[in-house]
Structures are given as structure tokens and as C-alpha cells.
Design a protein around this ligand. Structure first.
Ligand SMILES: Nc1nc2c(ncn2[C@@H]2O[C@H](COP(=O)(O)OP(=O)(O)OP(=O)(O)O)[C@@H](O)[C@H]2O)c(=O)[nH]1
Ligand SMILES: [Mg+2]
Length: 301
């Protein structure tokens, strides 16, 4: 299945929710007038684009209608698709894997899908012939490393772990040495998702970053923030904090196969100006999709 089919299948609930509100606006109005704009803005907010992004999208649509002399709501729909695609295009959607090894530090709060996303990435990358090493940087619970180990078994990726309670930065140090010895292509670092207070989180992530920068100064590095799509606008608040603290370079939005409304993807990209690079549409290895803005918007409408 290509991105389009897969996303359409995975996003069924998401799309239905959006279509029932948004679709009705376009079919319900025969001409573009104030009521149309008002209802459209409301539907976008209901679809989880958030107030700021919805207002911005409608403002841009008004301008497009004016400048391009659009007459029908059908033409407005096409213009809106383009606007939303543009709002989603805030940078390169592929991970920077240009060095050997490259480092991907995966962060986010409790239960959003960090470990699962690493497992899926590991599987996809090993299938592409890459040598992957996973680092069990979540030392808060022993079960976290066990969970990662299961994904190592599934994917054939190597894993470096230590005992529960070990210093995450020390596990990362071990992982980097092991990656160098094995000539690994990619290092995937899992981190604990407990709700930290800001200072602890900053200290822990800073320490990990320092080790990575010291041991691999030339390496391509990504900080991948994982967000649970079903948490909607609350997820956005978390994301803003992580952006401040950890210098996020990429976003993965998970659980879009559930009750999530697809608009959250647009809200996140627009509010943070950080590219969404992956979306999760299920629990299996191939349920992680490399993100494509145009096809995503097509699939939503
Ligand atoms: N339906 C669905 N479930 C997902 C997706 N991604 C992850 N999950 C599930 O979400 C739950 C939590 O995933 P984890 O990967 O353990 O999350 P985590 O962020 O590592 O959690 P902590 O380490 O406890 O902070 C698991 O049951 C996963 O199978 C997704 O895209 N779709
Ligand atoms: Mg985890």
C-alpha cells in the first residue's frame, strides 16, 4: 500500500470526523459569503486545527478568493487544500541521516509512543539494509528496555542497555562506543517519558546531548518529538515546552488511526514551525508512515 491508501485506511475515523463537519460546509453553501467563512472557521477548529491556525487558514483563503477571483465553494475547497498543504510544509520531511552514524534522540511525555516509534523506525531502516543500534535510554523502568529488546528481535537491530536506574547519559555513551565498533548507520535513542519537572528534563536531555556532541561532533543529529494525536490541543502545549527545552528538529504524530482528528497535524506544524516527519497509524512496524503534506491533505478531504 502506498502512503495515500495506507493513510486513507489508517485515518478512516479521523477523516470521517473531518468530512462530517468540513465536507458539509462546502456542499452546504452555493456561494462564498460571510456565513460560509464563519462556518468553515468553526469546522476547522472542531477538526482540531486550533483557533490560531484556523483563523490564519481562513484569512489566507479570503485573500486567495479575492486575488484569484474564485466564485464557487468548489474552487474555495481546492484553494484551501493548497493553503493547508503550504501550512504543513515547514521544512524537510525526511530525517537527516547523512552521516555514519547519524543520531536520532526520541523524546516526549508518557505513553505517547516513543518506544514503539523507535521500534517501527528500526524495522523500516533494517529492511532498507541499514545497520541500526537502539539505545535504551529509558532506565526509569526495567520494562522499558525489555520492550525495546522485543523490537530489536523483530527488526534485527542491535540494542545497548544497562540496569534499571542507570544514568541515561552513561547508556548513551556505551551505545555510541558500540555503534562506532559495529560501524552502525543509525543510533536511535529512547528516553524516559515520565512527566518531568522542567529542570530535571532539561538536565537529563542536556547531559545526553553533551555526550552525543562530544563523542560524535560531526554526526547528523535529530531530536524527534513524539506526540499522541488523540491528545489534541493539549499535546500542543507539551510540544511548545519541549521545543524550548530540547531544540526539537522533527515531529512524529502517533495514534492517528484512533479518535484523533487529523487537523492536529496541521496545528502542530503551523504552531511550532517544525516539520512533521512521521505519522503513526497503528501498532505494527509498517504502521509508521513517512509524512507527505500533499497526500495527507488529499486523504483528509
Ligand atoms: N493505535 C496506535 N497505538 C500506538 C501507536 N503508537 C504507539 N501506540 C501504542 O501506545 C502505547 C504506548 O506506546 P509506547 O511506545 O510504549 O509509548 P512510550 O512513549 O514509549 O511510553 P513511556 O515509555 O511509558 O513513556 C502502546 O500500547 C503502543 O502500542 C499508533 O500509532 N497507533
Ligand atoms: Mg517508552
Amino acid at each position: 500500500m502506498g502512503f495515500f491508501e495506507k493513510i486513507k485506511a489508517g485515518l478512516t475515523k479521523t477523516r470521517d470526523a473531518l468530512n462530517s463537519t468540513l465536507g458539509g460546509v462546502f456542499t452546504g453553501f452555493s456561494e462564498i459569503n460571510e456565513d460560509f467563512y464563519e462556518e468553515l472557521e468553526e469546522s476547522l477548529i472542531l477538526a482540531d486545527l486550533g483557533v490560531d491556525t484556523s483563523v490564519k487558514a481562513v484569512e489566507r483563503l479570503r485573500r486567495a478568493v479575492r486575488e484569484q477571483h474564485l466564485k464557487t465553494t468548489d474552487e474555495a475547497r481546492t484553494a484551501l487544500k493548497e493553503i493547508l498543504t503550504q501550512m504543513l510544509s515547514v521544512g524537510d520531511t525526511r530525517l537527516n541521516l547523512s552521516t555514519k552514524p547519524s543520531v536520532i534522540l526520541v523524546i516526549g511525555v508518557n505513553g505517547v509512543g516513543k518506544t514503539t516509534t523507535i521500534g517501527k523506525l528500526a524495522k523500516q531502516m533494517t529492511d532498507q539494509g541499514k545497520k541500526v543500534l537502539m539505545v535504551a535510554g529509558d532506565t526509569f523502568r526495567a520494562a522499558a528496555a525489555d520492550q525495546l529488546e522485543i523490537w530489536a528481535g523483530r527488526s534485527g537491530a542491535a540494542i545497548v542497555r544497562q540496569n534499571e536506574g542507570a544514568d541515561p547519559a552513561s547508556v548513551v555513551y556505551d551505545g555510541i562506543q558500540s555503534a562506532k565498533a559495529r560501524d552502525a548507520d543509525v543510533i536511535l535513542i529512547d528516553t524516559a517519558g515520565r512527566l518531568h519537572n522542567k529542570t530535571n528534563l532539561m538536565n537529563e536531555l542536556n547531559k545526553i546531548s553533551r555526550i552525543v556532541n562530544r563523542e560524535l561532533p560531526q554526526a547528523a543529529k535529530e531530536v524527534l518529538l513524539v506526540l499522541d494525536g488523540t491528545t489534541g490541543q493539549n499535546g500542543l502545549v507539551q510540544a511548545k515546552q519541549f521545543k524550548e527545552i530540547a531544540g526539537v528538529t522533527a515531529i512524529a504524530l502517533t495514534k492517528l488511526d484512533g479518535t484523533a482528528k487529523g487537523g492536529i497535524v496541521i496545528a502542530v506544524a503551523d504552531a511550532l514551525q517544525i516539520p512533521v516527519k512521521y505519522i503513526g497509524v497503528g501498532e505494527k512496524a509498517d504502521d509508521l508512515m513517512a509524512f507527505n503534506a500533499k497526500e495527507f491533505v488529499e486523504a483528509l478531504f
